[in-house]
Design a binder for this molecule. Structure first.
Ligand SMILES: Cc1cc2nc3c(=O)[nH]c(=O)nc-3n(C[C@H](O)[C@H](O)[C@H](O)COP(=O)(O)O)c2cc1C
Length: 181
């Protein structure tokens, strides 16, 4: 994993991939699957996430204020679904799904070695009525050597689209030249 500026987090999340969220609560690492997220601001990079109060991850995030958003690729599809169908209350998911926790730099939650990108995040605000966490991306790590780079996009009920063709219209983005590249 190579660190790149956290200002590039939007490039990873704006396309709306399914992500994994890691936490570390009372010394125990955990991971969940999350589809309900969105970029809110470029700088500093802010991300909105809805995490249900019934999840172990909700309690961990409330308790620690820290997490990592990890971006899996299509080789991890089966694990992504199964991680989202069991709880850290009863399962050591890193062990069960053969994931490699790697130390993050700014937060106690681990990076996931098998993922394309990892974003270290800190909670900066919450909206309790919607179980909405506003996270600030503090560090961004990317595995540039990874061969499989296609992300997963959840269409609901376990149906996914794999990331596909790229259409480059960057020459037309004349109003947005000041944004991070
Ligand atoms: C494809 C998929 C997307 C999901 N998206 C979310 C989500 O956005 N927010 C959420 O709270 N739970 C979501 N879940 C459910 C959690 O991942 C699930 O409740 C998980 O068991 C929580 O794990 P934990 O108790 O270890 O935190 C999703 C599950 C799947 C399979």
């Amino acid at each position: 994993m190579k660190e790149v500026p956290a200002s590039g987090a939007f490039r990873q999340l704006e396309p709306g991939p399914i992500v994994l969220v890691t936490t570390s609560y009372e010394g125990t690492p955990n991971v969940m699957t999350m589809g309900f997220h969105m970029m809110i601001q470029h700088a500093p990079p802010l991300i909105g996430c809805v995490i249900g109060p019934w999840d172990h991850s909700y309690r961990a995030l409330r308790g620690t204020g820290e997490c990592v958003i990890a971006i899996p690729t299509i080789d991890l599809t089966r694990a992504v679904v199964d991680i989202g169908n069991c709880s850290g209350d009863t399962v050591d998911k890193f062990k069960r799904f053969g994931l490699t926790p790697q130390p993050a730099r700014s937060v106690a939650a681990p990076l996931i070695g098998e993922c394309l990108a990892n974003i270290e995040c800190r909670v900066v605000d919450t909206v309790e009525a919607y179980s909405l966490f506003i996270l600030q991306a503090e560090r961004l790590w990317i595995d540039s050597d990874r061969k499989e780079r296609r992300t997963l996009h959840h269409r609901g009920d376990g149906h996914f689209a794999a990331d596909g063709d790229v259409l480059d219209l960057s020459e037309h983005m004349v109003k947005w030249r000041h944004l991070p590249r």
